[in-house]
Ligand binder design. Structure first.
Ligand code: KDG
Ligand code: MG
Length: 414
Protein backbone atom coordinates (compact mmCIF):
# COMPACT_ATOMS: atom_id res chain seq x y z
CA UNK A 1 0.00 0.00 0.00
CA UNK A 2 1.20 3.47 -0.85
CA UNK A 3 1.57 5.75 2.15
CA UNK A 4 2.34 9.39 2.86
CA UNK A 5 6.08 9.60 3.24
CA UNK A 6 6.54 13.29 3.89
CA UNK A 7 4.67 16.56 4.12
CA UNK A 8 6.43 19.89 3.95
CA UNK A 9 5.20 23.40 4.61
CA UNK A 10 6.68 25.89 2.17
CA UNK A 11 6.55 29.63 2.76
CA UNK A 12 7.28 31.89 -0.16
CA UNK A 13 6.69 35.52 -1.00
CA UNK A 14 6.90 36.15 -4.75
CA UNK A 15 5.22 39.57 -4.46
CA UNK A 16 3.02 38.44 -1.59
CA UNK A 17 3.05 35.70 1.05
CA UNK A 18 1.83 32.18 0.32
CA UNK A 19 1.75 29.01 2.45
CA UNK A 20 1.87 25.76 0.46
CA UNK A 21 1.75 22.18 1.68
CA UNK A 22 3.57 19.57 -0.39
CA UNK A 23 2.74 15.93 0.31
CA UNK A 24 4.90 13.12 -1.11
CA UNK A 25 3.82 9.48 -1.20
CA UNK A 26 5.95 6.36 -0.97
CA UNK A 27 5.30 5.95 -4.74
CA UNK A 28 6.97 9.29 -5.35
CA UNK A 29 3.76 11.14 -6.29
CA UNK A 30 3.53 14.70 -4.97
CA UNK A 31 0.50 16.87 -4.31
CA UNK A 32 0.14 20.57 -3.48
CA UNK A 33 -2.36 22.37 -1.27
CA UNK A 34 -2.78 26.09 -0.54
CA UNK A 35 -3.00 27.15 3.14
CA UNK A 36 -2.68 30.92 2.79
CA UNK A 37 -4.66 33.07 5.23
CA UNK A 38 -3.78 36.63 4.28
CA UNK A 39 -1.98 38.45 7.10
CA UNK A 40 -2.02 35.38 9.41
CA UNK A 41 0.16 33.03 7.35
CA UNK A 42 2.50 31.86 10.10
CA UNK A 43 -0.36 30.66 12.28
CA UNK A 44 -1.46 28.19 9.59
CA UNK A 45 2.14 27.18 8.87
CA UNK A 46 2.65 26.37 12.58
CA UNK A 47 -0.70 24.54 12.84
CA UNK A 48 0.34 22.37 9.90
CA UNK A 49 3.96 21.80 10.92
CA UNK A 50 3.36 21.20 14.61
CA UNK A 51 -0.04 19.49 14.68
CA UNK A 52 -1.00 18.08 11.28
CA UNK A 53 2.14 16.91 9.44
CA UNK A 54 3.10 14.43 12.21
CA UNK A 55 -0.37 12.83 11.88
CA UNK A 56 -0.11 12.41 8.13
CA UNK A 57 3.04 10.32 7.88
CA UNK A 58 2.19 6.69 7.12
CA UNK A 59 -1.48 7.32 6.23
CA UNK A 60 -2.99 6.01 2.99
CA UNK A 61 -3.17 9.04 0.63
CA UNK A 62 -6.15 7.49 -1.16
CA UNK A 63 -8.51 7.81 1.82
CA UNK A 64 -9.29 11.51 1.49
CA UNK A 65 -12.67 11.57 3.27
CA UNK A 66 -11.28 9.61 6.19
CA UNK A 67 -8.28 11.93 6.52
CA UNK A 68 -10.61 14.94 6.37
CA UNK A 69 -12.80 13.61 9.17
CA UNK A 70 -9.72 12.55 11.18
CA UNK A 71 -8.32 16.09 11.07
CA UNK A 72 -11.66 17.87 11.56
CA UNK A 73 -13.32 15.73 14.25
CA UNK A 74 -10.03 14.51 15.65
CA UNK A 75 -8.92 18.01 16.66
CA UNK A 76 -12.00 18.40 18.90
CA UNK A 77 -11.63 22.19 18.36
CA UNK A 78 -13.64 22.88 15.25
CA UNK A 79 -13.82 25.39 12.44
CA UNK A 80 -12.01 28.72 12.27
CA UNK A 81 -9.88 30.02 9.39
CA UNK A 82 -6.58 28.58 10.62
CA UNK A 83 -7.87 25.03 11.19
CA UNK A 84 -9.94 24.96 8.01
CA UNK A 85 -7.13 26.34 5.81
CA UNK A 86 -4.77 23.70 7.22
CA UNK A 87 -7.30 20.92 6.53
CA UNK A 88 -7.93 22.40 3.07
CA UNK A 89 -4.24 22.22 2.20
CA UNK A 90 -4.07 18.51 3.13
CA UNK A 91 -7.31 17.78 1.30
CA UNK A 92 -6.35 19.55 -1.94
CA UNK A 93 -2.86 17.97 -1.93
CA UNK A 94 -4.46 14.52 -1.58
CA UNK A 95 -6.90 15.20 -4.44
CA UNK A 96 -3.93 16.37 -6.53
CA UNK A 97 -2.15 13.07 -5.76
CA UNK A 98 -5.24 10.97 -6.51
CA UNK A 99 -5.81 12.68 -9.86
CA UNK A 100 -2.13 12.47 -10.81
CA UNK A 101 -2.10 8.76 -9.91
CA UNK A 102 -5.16 8.29 -12.13
CA UNK A 103 -3.54 10.32 -14.93
CA UNK A 104 -6.58 12.62 -15.06
CA UNK A 105 -7.25 16.30 -14.55
CA UNK A 106 -8.93 16.62 -11.14
CA UNK A 107 -12.32 17.70 -12.51
CA UNK A 108 -12.68 14.25 -14.07
CA UNK A 109 -12.73 12.72 -10.57
CA UNK A 110 -15.40 15.24 -9.53
CA UNK A 111 -17.84 14.07 -12.19
CA UNK A 112 -16.30 15.59 -15.31
CA UNK A 113 -16.96 18.90 -17.04
CA UNK A 114 -20.43 20.43 -16.81
CA UNK A 115 -19.50 23.36 -19.02
CA UNK A 116 -16.92 24.68 -21.50
CA UNK A 117 -15.34 26.98 -18.95
CA UNK A 118 -16.04 29.03 -15.83
CA UNK A 119 -17.40 32.56 -16.34
CA UNK A 120 -14.93 34.86 -14.60
CA UNK A 121 -15.38 38.36 -13.26
CA UNK A 122 -12.57 40.87 -13.13
CA UNK A 123 -12.08 43.93 -10.92
CA UNK A 124 -12.54 47.31 -12.56
CA UNK A 125 -12.04 50.34 -10.36
CA UNK A 126 -11.16 54.02 -10.40
CA UNK A 127 -10.79 56.84 -7.96
CA UNK A 128 -13.15 58.81 -10.24
CA UNK A 129 -15.99 57.70 -12.52
CA UNK A 130 -13.89 58.58 -15.60
CA UNK A 131 -11.04 56.40 -14.35
CA UNK A 132 -13.56 53.63 -13.63
CA UNK A 133 -14.85 53.82 -17.22
CA UNK A 134 -11.27 53.42 -18.51
CA UNK A 135 -10.77 50.44 -16.26
CA UNK A 136 -14.03 48.83 -17.44
CA UNK A 137 -12.98 49.33 -21.08
CA UNK A 138 -9.61 47.82 -20.26
CA UNK A 139 -11.28 44.75 -18.75
CA UNK A 140 -13.61 44.36 -21.73
CA UNK A 141 -10.56 44.43 -24.01
CA UNK A 142 -8.95 41.72 -21.88
CA UNK A 143 -12.01 39.57 -22.61
CA UNK A 144 -13.94 39.82 -19.32
CA UNK A 145 -17.68 39.28 -19.71
CA UNK A 146 -18.57 40.20 -16.13
CA UNK A 147 -17.07 43.01 -14.10
CA UNK A 148 -16.96 44.07 -10.47
CA UNK A 149 -16.90 47.84 -10.02
CA UNK A 150 -15.51 49.77 -7.07
CA UNK A 151 -14.81 53.50 -6.89
CA UNK A 152 -13.30 56.11 -4.67
CA UNK A 153 -15.71 57.99 -2.41
CA UNK A 154 -15.56 61.83 -2.37
CA UNK A 155 -13.93 63.01 0.83
CA UNK A 156 -12.20 59.70 1.59
CA UNK A 157 -8.65 58.64 0.77
CA UNK A 158 -7.78 55.04 -0.14
CA UNK A 159 -10.94 52.92 -0.36
CA UNK A 160 -11.10 49.11 -0.50
CA UNK A 161 -10.99 47.69 -4.01
CA UNK A 162 -9.78 50.81 -5.79
CA UNK A 163 -6.51 50.37 -7.61
CA UNK A 164 -3.87 53.05 -7.88
CA UNK A 165 -2.01 53.13 -11.17
CA UNK A 166 -3.97 51.32 -13.86
CA UNK A 167 -2.00 52.35 -16.92
CA UNK A 168 -1.37 49.41 -19.25
CA UNK A 169 1.64 47.43 -18.08
CA UNK A 170 1.38 48.65 -14.47
CA UNK A 171 0.53 46.19 -11.75
CA UNK A 172 -2.50 47.24 -9.80
CA UNK A 173 -2.74 44.55 -7.21
CA UNK A 174 -4.21 46.81 -4.56
CA UNK A 175 -5.04 44.40 -1.84
CA UNK A 176 -2.10 42.36 -0.74
CA UNK A 177 -1.62 42.68 2.94
CA UNK A 178 0.73 45.66 2.96
CA UNK A 179 4.32 45.77 4.12
CA UNK A 180 4.14 48.81 6.33
CA UNK A 181 7.11 49.04 8.67
CA UNK A 182 7.03 51.67 11.42
CA UNK A 183 10.14 51.98 13.62
CA UNK A 184 11.23 48.48 12.65
CA UNK A 185 7.81 46.88 13.31
CA UNK A 186 5.30 45.67 10.70
CA UNK A 187 1.95 47.35 11.42
CA UNK A 188 -1.37 47.51 9.54
CA UNK A 189 -1.99 50.62 7.47
CA UNK A 190 -5.00 52.62 8.75
CA UNK A 191 -7.70 53.87 6.38
CA UNK A 192 -10.63 56.24 6.90
CA UNK A 193 -14.25 55.26 6.31
CA UNK A 194 -17.62 57.02 6.12
CA UNK A 195 -20.63 54.79 5.30
CA UNK A 196 -22.98 57.76 4.70
CA UNK A 197 -20.67 59.25 2.06
CA UNK A 198 -20.37 55.82 0.42
CA UNK A 199 -24.14 55.28 0.35
CA UNK A 200 -24.70 58.72 -1.20
CA UNK A 201 -22.12 58.05 -3.91
CA UNK A 202 -22.52 54.46 -5.12
CA UNK A 203 -26.00 54.49 -6.77
CA UNK A 204 -24.91 57.40 -9.02
CA UNK A 205 -21.83 55.43 -10.06
CA UNK A 206 -23.97 52.47 -11.16
CA UNK A 207 -26.34 54.79 -12.99
CA UNK A 208 -23.41 56.30 -14.90
CA UNK A 209 -21.94 52.87 -15.71
CA UNK A 210 -25.27 51.53 -17.00
CA UNK A 211 -25.73 54.68 -19.07
CA UNK A 212 -22.27 54.29 -20.63
CA UNK A 213 -22.06 50.47 -21.02
CA UNK A 214 -25.71 49.48 -21.45
CA UNK A 215 -28.00 47.04 -19.65
CA UNK A 216 -26.41 43.72 -20.56
CA UNK A 217 -22.97 43.70 -18.94
CA UNK A 218 -23.11 41.70 -15.68
CA UNK A 219 -21.98 44.08 -12.91
CA UNK A 220 -20.96 43.15 -9.38
CA UNK A 221 -20.10 45.18 -6.30
CA UNK A 222 -18.39 44.37 -2.98
CA UNK A 223 -19.60 46.16 0.16
CA UNK A 224 -16.74 44.51 2.09
CA UNK A 225 -18.74 43.99 5.30
CA UNK A 226 -19.05 47.71 6.05
CA UNK A 227 -22.77 48.40 6.33
CA UNK A 228 -25.24 47.96 9.14
CA UNK A 229 -28.26 45.82 8.16
CA UNK A 230 -30.59 48.76 7.49
CA UNK A 231 -27.92 50.59 5.48
CA UNK A 232 -27.28 47.47 3.41
CA UNK A 233 -31.01 47.03 2.80
CA UNK A 234 -31.22 50.61 1.55
CA UNK A 235 -28.24 50.23 -0.77
CA UNK A 236 -29.60 46.93 -2.17
CA UNK A 237 -32.90 48.71 -2.88
CA UNK A 238 -31.25 51.81 -4.36
CA UNK A 239 -29.23 49.59 -6.71
CA UNK A 240 -32.24 47.62 -7.99
CA UNK A 241 -32.70 49.68 -11.18
CA UNK A 242 -29.13 48.76 -12.26
CA UNK A 243 -29.78 44.99 -12.07
CA UNK A 244 -26.59 43.85 -10.36
CA UNK A 245 -25.30 40.31 -10.82
CA UNK A 246 -24.68 40.53 -7.07
CA UNK A 247 -24.09 42.76 -4.10
CA UNK A 248 -21.38 41.09 -2.02
CA UNK A 249 -20.64 41.15 1.70
CA UNK A 250 -23.05 43.98 2.41
CA UNK A 251 -22.95 43.33 6.17
CA UNK A 252 -20.39 41.72 8.53
CA UNK A 253 -20.14 37.99 7.83
CA UNK A 254 -20.89 36.61 11.28
CA UNK A 255 -24.45 38.00 11.49
CA UNK A 256 -26.57 35.63 9.39
CA UNK A 257 -29.82 37.34 10.39
CA UNK A 258 -28.68 40.65 8.91
CA UNK A 259 -29.16 39.13 5.48
CA UNK A 260 -32.84 38.59 6.26
CA UNK A 261 -33.35 42.31 6.58
CA UNK A 262 -31.75 42.94 3.20
CA UNK A 263 -33.97 40.26 1.60
CA UNK A 264 -37.10 41.82 3.08
CA UNK A 265 -36.37 45.07 1.28
CA UNK A 266 -34.80 44.18 -2.03
CA UNK A 267 -34.49 41.77 -4.95
CA UNK A 268 -30.82 42.61 -5.60
CA UNK A 269 -28.99 39.23 -5.59
CA UNK A 270 -26.83 38.74 -2.52
CA UNK A 271 -23.43 37.02 -2.18
CA UNK A 272 -21.52 36.35 1.02
CA UNK A 273 -19.02 33.95 2.55
CA UNK A 274 -15.39 34.77 1.78
CA UNK A 275 -14.66 34.91 5.52
CA UNK A 276 -16.74 31.81 6.31
CA UNK A 277 -15.00 28.49 6.67
CA UNK A 278 -17.61 25.71 6.87
CA UNK A 279 -21.02 24.79 5.48
CA UNK A 280 -22.40 25.38 8.98
CA UNK A 281 -21.79 29.12 8.57
CA UNK A 282 -24.35 29.01 5.75
CA UNK A 283 -26.99 26.84 7.36
CA UNK A 284 -29.60 29.56 7.94
CA UNK A 285 -28.64 31.50 4.83
CA UNK A 286 -29.15 28.50 2.57
CA UNK A 287 -32.18 26.82 4.12
CA UNK A 288 -34.03 30.13 4.39
CA UNK A 289 -32.86 31.28 0.94
CA UNK A 290 -31.39 34.53 2.25
CA UNK A 291 -28.53 34.57 -0.27
CA UNK A 292 -27.99 33.77 -3.94
CA UNK A 293 -24.25 33.03 -4.14
CA UNK A 294 -21.75 31.19 -1.93
CA UNK A 295 -18.45 33.11 -1.82
CA UNK A 296 -16.18 30.68 0.03
CA UNK A 297 -12.78 29.70 -1.31
CA UNK A 298 -11.60 26.08 -1.42
CA UNK A 299 -8.48 27.29 0.44
CA UNK A 300 -10.43 28.64 3.42
CA UNK A 301 -13.24 26.08 3.58
CA UNK A 302 -11.66 22.71 4.22
CA UNK A 303 -10.67 21.98 0.62
CA UNK A 304 -12.43 20.25 -2.26
CA UNK A 305 -14.12 17.67 0.00
CA UNK A 306 -15.99 20.19 2.17
CA UNK A 307 -16.54 22.79 -0.55
CA UNK A 308 -18.20 20.15 -2.73
CA UNK A 309 -20.60 19.29 0.10
CA UNK A 310 -21.35 22.96 0.68
CA UNK A 311 -22.07 23.57 -3.01
CA UNK A 312 -24.27 20.47 -3.28
CA UNK A 313 -26.21 21.67 -0.21
CA UNK A 314 -26.59 25.15 -1.75
CA UNK A 315 -27.67 23.62 -5.05
CA UNK A 316 -30.70 22.00 -3.41
CA UNK A 317 -31.97 25.52 -2.68
CA UNK A 318 -31.16 27.01 -6.08
CA UNK A 319 -28.13 28.85 -4.71
CA UNK A 320 -25.04 29.01 -6.89
CA UNK A 321 -21.29 29.23 -6.49
CA UNK A 322 -19.26 32.43 -6.72
CA UNK A 323 -15.94 31.33 -5.27
CA UNK A 324 -13.51 33.82 -3.81
CA UNK A 325 -10.51 34.31 -6.10
CA UNK A 326 -8.36 37.20 -4.86
CA UNK A 327 -4.58 37.10 -5.31
CA UNK A 328 -4.18 36.04 -1.68
CA UNK A 329 -5.56 32.64 -2.72
CA UNK A 330 -2.44 31.08 -4.32
CA UNK A 331 -2.43 29.66 -7.85
CA UNK A 332 -2.79 26.23 -6.17
CA UNK A 333 -6.02 27.36 -4.46
CA UNK A 334 -7.19 28.99 -7.67
CA UNK A 335 -6.64 25.80 -9.67
CA UNK A 336 -8.58 23.79 -7.06
CA UNK A 337 -11.50 26.22 -7.42
CA UNK A 338 -11.44 25.93 -11.20
CA UNK A 339 -11.72 22.14 -11.17
CA UNK A 340 -14.80 22.44 -8.95
CA UNK A 341 -16.20 25.31 -11.05
CA UNK A 342 -16.04 23.12 -14.11
CA UNK A 343 -17.63 20.11 -12.43
CA UNK A 344 -20.49 21.31 -10.20
CA UNK A 345 -23.91 21.85 -11.73
CA UNK A 346 -24.76 24.95 -9.69
CA UNK A 347 -21.78 27.02 -10.80
CA UNK A 348 -22.49 30.75 -10.90
CA UNK A 349 -19.32 32.76 -11.49
CA UNK A 350 -15.64 32.73 -10.48
CA UNK A 351 -13.69 35.74 -9.21
CA UNK A 352 -10.43 36.16 -11.10
CA UNK A 353 -7.58 38.50 -10.22
CA UNK A 354 -4.54 37.45 -12.23
CA UNK A 355 -1.47 36.81 -10.08
CA UNK A 356 1.71 38.79 -10.71
CA UNK A 357 4.25 37.49 -13.22
CA UNK A 358 6.64 36.76 -10.33
CA UNK A 359 4.01 34.64 -8.57
CA UNK A 360 3.32 32.77 -11.80
CA UNK A 361 7.03 32.04 -12.29
CA UNK A 362 7.09 30.33 -8.91
CA UNK A 363 3.74 28.55 -9.38
CA UNK A 364 3.52 27.24 -12.95
CA UNK A 365 -0.13 26.85 -13.84
CA UNK A 366 -1.97 25.17 -16.68
CA UNK A 367 -5.22 27.10 -16.32
CA UNK A 368 -6.30 29.43 -19.11
CA UNK A 369 -8.48 32.51 -19.53
CA UNK A 370 -10.09 32.74 -22.97
CA UNK A 371 -13.07 34.84 -24.06
CA UNK A 372 -14.08 35.51 -20.47
CA UNK A 373 -13.96 31.84 -19.42
CA UNK A 374 -11.44 30.15 -17.15
CA UNK A 375 -10.46 26.50 -17.67
CA UNK A 376 -8.27 24.44 -15.32
CA UNK A 377 -6.43 22.68 -18.18
CA UNK A 378 -6.11 18.96 -18.80
CA UNK A 379 -2.83 18.10 -17.08
CA UNK A 380 -3.13 15.27 -14.54
CA UNK A 381 -3.96 16.53 -11.04
CA UNK A 382 -4.47 20.20 -10.26
CA UNK A 383 -2.14 21.28 -13.05
CA UNK A 384 0.15 23.42 -10.87
CA UNK A 385 3.91 22.89 -10.37
CA UNK A 386 5.89 24.71 -7.72
CA UNK A 387 9.45 25.76 -8.56
CA UNK A 388 10.88 25.18 -5.09
CA UNK A 389 14.33 26.64 -5.80
CA UNK A 390 12.82 29.85 -7.05
CA UNK A 391 10.24 29.90 -4.23
CA UNK A 392 13.07 29.71 -1.67
CA UNK A 393 14.50 32.96 -3.01
CA UNK A 394 11.39 34.92 -1.96
CA UNK A 395 11.48 35.08 1.80
CA UNK A 396 8.36 35.50 3.93
CA UNK A 397 7.91 39.15 4.96
CA UNK A 398 5.32 40.14 7.61
CA UNK A 399 2.41 42.13 6.18
CA UNK A 400 -1.11 42.97 7.39
CA UNK A 401 -4.44 43.88 5.83
CA UNK A 402 -5.47 47.48 6.61
CA UNK A 403 -7.53 48.63 9.60
CA UNK A 404 -10.52 50.95 9.03
CA UNK A 405 -11.53 53.84 11.27
CA UNK A 406 -14.59 56.05 10.89
CA UNK A 407 -14.04 59.82 10.76
CA UNK A 408 -14.24 60.09 14.58
CA UNK A 409 -11.54 57.47 14.98
CA UNK A 410 -13.69 54.44 15.85
CA UNK A 411 -12.43 51.10 14.52
CA UNK A 412 -14.77 49.88 11.77
CA UNK A 413 -14.95 46.72 9.64
CA UNK A 414 -12.42 46.81 6.80
O1 KDG B 1 -7.48 39.02 2.15
C1 KDG B 1 -8.62 39.77 1.98
C2 KDG B 1 -9.07 39.72 0.54
O2 KDG B 1 -9.14 38.39 0.12
C3 KDG B 1 -10.40 40.39 0.32
O3 KDG B 1 -10.28 41.73 0.69
C4 KDG B 1 -10.80 40.28 -1.15
O4 KDG B 1 -13.02 41.01 -0.69
C5 KDG B 1 -12.23 40.49 -1.42
C6 KDG B 1 -12.72 40.00 -2.72
O5 KDG B 1 -13.93 40.07 -2.92
O6 KDG B 1 -11.92 39.54 -3.52
MG1 MG C 1 -15.05 40.41 -1.24
Amino acid sequence: MSHIESAEVLLTSPGRNFVTLKITTSDGVTGLGDATVNGRELAVAAYLTDHVVPLLIGRDPANIEDTWQYLYRGAYWRRGPVTMAAIAAVDVALWDIKAKAAGLPLYQLLGGASRKGALAYGHASGTTVEALFDSIRNHLELGFRAIRIQTGVPGLGQVYGVAGDQRPGQRYDYEPARRNVVAGRALPVEEEWDTSAYLRHIPGVFEAVRHEFGPELPLLHDGHHRMRPIEAARLARDLEPYRLFWLEDATPGEDQDALRLIRQHSTTPIAIGEVFNTAFDYQTLITERLIDYVRSAVTHTGGITHMRKLLDFAGLYGIRSGMHGPTDVSPVGMAAALHLDLAVHNFGIQEYMKHSDTTLEVFRTSYTFTDGLLHPGVNPGLGVDLDEDLAARFEYTPAYLPINRTLDGTVHDW
